[in-house]
Design a protein around this ligand. Structure first.
Ligand SMILES: *Cc1c(COP(=O)(O)O)cnc(C)c1O
Length: 366
């Protein structure tokens, strides 16, 4: 069986280093917000070319805290509208709601699966105050256009980078210099994953960073002195220690993912299968390799029979979820089409050439 994602195999090479790190942290006797978190925040900020990195509990909290931070700074207010792609993992939308803001869904482009910038303008109202761009499946959204719209309407730009560690290009470096923040998740299956929950926020906004360092820790900078109504969402010291060991290999891991994607793109030749669009100027990190086909369930069944595990990211669009009964009758045809047709093929730094050969061969025989 070719598993969709072999997490054990991904983490195996670090086993000895992980054990040494555990011993180091154990012997250190400092288990919350210690040297490992501090070192990781420094290293990840440098890696992302941002001034600040704030380690937090998970990717969802990273998003919520960014919004709460802007609310604290008076730049957002409860009830403000936030533009978000209709086609995203539900966490993006739940985070907006958790911060008492109002999500406004916008259709994606069928080819890139990312938000269609041309459809944002018509959704902007006087209450629109931010855009949450999601870099879905590892490919950056069209930030140049999104940023231009944001500048025209004085909107805050937040990026859900939970699937796009390392997908930084020149455009994002420019955006990073403005009023924006990026949310990362280190959930085990992400391109940079720890052995539990973990997350981080990156930003160049020093005002925002100052608030966030406090908000994630009960709104307190100095112990037992609380400036803000904060929460407890700190990146765990031990997880930070593991991330410090894995971060140096992130670029190589992403390169491996890209090389597999290149093979899929050039060698899968089947009229029934639509391959993902990759704008080569975009440093896609292929968190997922998502194909489309009209008879998706049939293809998935066929692949399972051939011992190839696939997953659907995601089977039900957010607006059709039971959690949002008010949205169930809304129509987002492109989002719905995507959810009905997509299938994610195995892709990871530990997938072997032989496995890739086999997957391509089986797909071409379908
Ligand atoms: C994984 C993910 C999140 C949430 O991250 P957690 O660490 O699981 O909270 C948010 N947005 C997207 C797009 C994700 O893929």
């Amino acid at each position: 069986m070719i598993p969709f994602l072999d997490l054990k195999k991904i983490n195996q090479p670090y086993e000895t280093a992980f054990q040494e790190k555990l011993k180091l942290v154990l012997d250190n006797g400092w288990y919350i917000l210690g040297k490992e978190v501090e070192n990781f925040e420094k290293a990840f900020a440098e890696y992302c070319h941002t001034k600040y990195c704030i380690g937090v509990g998970n990717g969802f909290d990273a998003l919520v805290l960014i919004f709460k931070g802007y609310i604290q700074l008076g730049k957002l207010q409860k009830g403000d509208e936030v533009i978000v792609p209709a086609n995203t993992y539900i966490a993006s939308i739940l985070a907006i709601l958790q911060a008492d803001l109002v999500p406004v869904l916008v259709e994606p482009k069928l080819e890139t699966y990312n938000i269609n910038p041309d459809l944002i303008q018509e959704k902007i109202t006087p209450k629109t105050k931010a855009i949450l761009a999601v870099h879905l499946y590892g490919q950056l959204a069209e930030m140049e256009k999104i940023n231009e719209i944001a500048n025209q309407h004085n909107l805050i730009v937040v990026e859900d980078s939970a699937q796009s560690h390392g997908a930084i290009n020149n455009q994002q470096l420019i955006i990073n210099n403005q009023q924006s923040a990026q949310a990362y998740s280190f959930y085990p299956g992400k391109n940079l994953g720890c052995l539990g929950d973990g997350g981080a926020i990156t930003t160049n906004d020093s005002e925002l960073a100052k608030v966030l360092f406090s908000l994630r820790n009960y709104g307190s900078e100095k112990k037992y002195y609380n400036e803000f109504v904060g929460i407890n969402s700190r990146l765990d010291e031990l997880q930070a220690g593991f991330l410090n060991l894995k971060l140096p290999n992130l670029d190589a891991d992403n390169e491996k993912r890209r090389s597999i994607a290149k093979r899929y793109l050039s060698e899968i030749k089947n009229d029934k299968i639509k391959l993902p669009f990759w704008d080569l100027s975009n440093n896609h990190v292929f968190h997922l390799f998502v194909i489309r086909t009209e008879n998706r369930d049939d293809l998935q069944h066929y692949l399972t029979q051939k011992n190839i595990e696939t997953i659907i990211h995601y089977p039900i669009p957010p607006h059709k979820q039971k959690a949002f009964p008010d949205w169930n009758n809304l129509s987002f045809p492109i989002t719905e089409k995507i959810h009905n047709e997509i299938l994610s093929l195995p892709i990871s730094p530990v997938l072997t050439e032989t496995e890739v050969d086999f997957i391509i061969e089986i797909l071409n025989q379908y």
